[in-house]
Design a protein around this ligand. Structure first.
Ligand code: AP5
Length: 221
């Protein structure tokens, strides 16, 4: 049976960037709650419209909305599929619901890598980020620029800046992180699942450290 990973870290820590690589390396299905909500917004669904109010203010979407939205995606999974959750859970209530849903399917969270990045670096990473609205590829104007300025390498779409990537909204997102999400580190540490990784280094070095931490925790090396 595939393993299930939850990647933790503050906004802009590099969760999405590393989740794409880890999913490929460990053959996991990458599920990003942020991407899911942005896709709902783009479709103009009721969920997307409701979520937009919170996202643009840098607040967490309420548990009663997000839990159902993410867990309904989990029921699509084949028995053998492993999961990499990025952006969910973000509150203890979400973590409890996830634990129950996995448990009912005979699965569990196996390891929780957590990226540690200080706030000054986070602000640089978030304000320099550019994303592809079509394929969700993530770039950075300084650390990971596309080959052609402002154009996605993968599909040629014009890159955009997320509406919640302004310095002002980032402040709110960090506040929400400290108040509501940071307690998850202790939650998973107590369960013996947390693997802390220094997220300040370059992307390849962080990936190496994450892969080693996952293998170590799962007894793969
Ligand atoms: P979400 O999309 O999950 O945003 P986030 O957690 O704030 O995370 P980010 O996507 O901003 O950052 P990241 O850690 O993935 O960093 P990235 O790899 O892009 O959520 C958005 C909103 O949706 C929330 O505010 C909330 O409203 C709502 N929401 C989502 N899930 C929810 C939930 N479960 N409950 C309630 N509400 C929810 O990297 C950032 C930049 O840095 C990029 O430009 C990248 O190229 C660059 N970079 C990455 N790594 C490095 C490196 N090592 N060196 C240099 N540059 C790097």
């Amino acid at each position: 049976m595939g393993m299930n990973l939850v990647i933790l870290g503050p906004p802009g820590a590099g969760k999405g960037t590393q989740a794409v690589r880890l999913a490929q390396a460990f053959s996991l299905r990458h599920l990003s709650s942020g991407d899911l909500l942005r896709a709902e917004r783009a479709r103009g669904s009721a969920l997307g419209k409701k979520a937009a109010e919170y996202m643009d203010a840098g607040k967490l979407v309420p548990d009663e909305i997000i839990i159902g939205a993410v867990l309904s995606q989990l029921s699509d999974l084949g028995d053998k599929a492993g999961l990499l959750l990025d952006g969910f859970p973000r509150t203890v209530a979400q973590a409890e619901s996830l634990g129950k849903a996995l448990n009912q399917a005979g699965k569990r969270v196996d390891v929780v890598p957590a990226l540690a990045v200080p706030e000054d670096l986070i602000v640089d990473r978030i304000t320099g980020r550019r994303t592809c609205p079509r394929c969700n590829a993530v770039y950075h104007v300084k650390t990971l620029p596309p080959a052609r300025d402002g154009i996605c390498d993968a599909d040629g779409a014009v890159l955009v800046q997320r509406p919640d990537d302004t310095a002002e909204v980032v402040k709110q997102r960090l506040e929400a992180y400290h108040r509501q999400t940071a307690p998850l580190e202790a939650y998973y540490r107590d369960k013996g699942l947390l693997a802390e990784v220094d997220g300040t280094q370059d992307m390849d070095t962080v990936f190496q450290a994450l892969s080693e931490a996952v293998r170590r925790r799962l007894g793969m090396e």
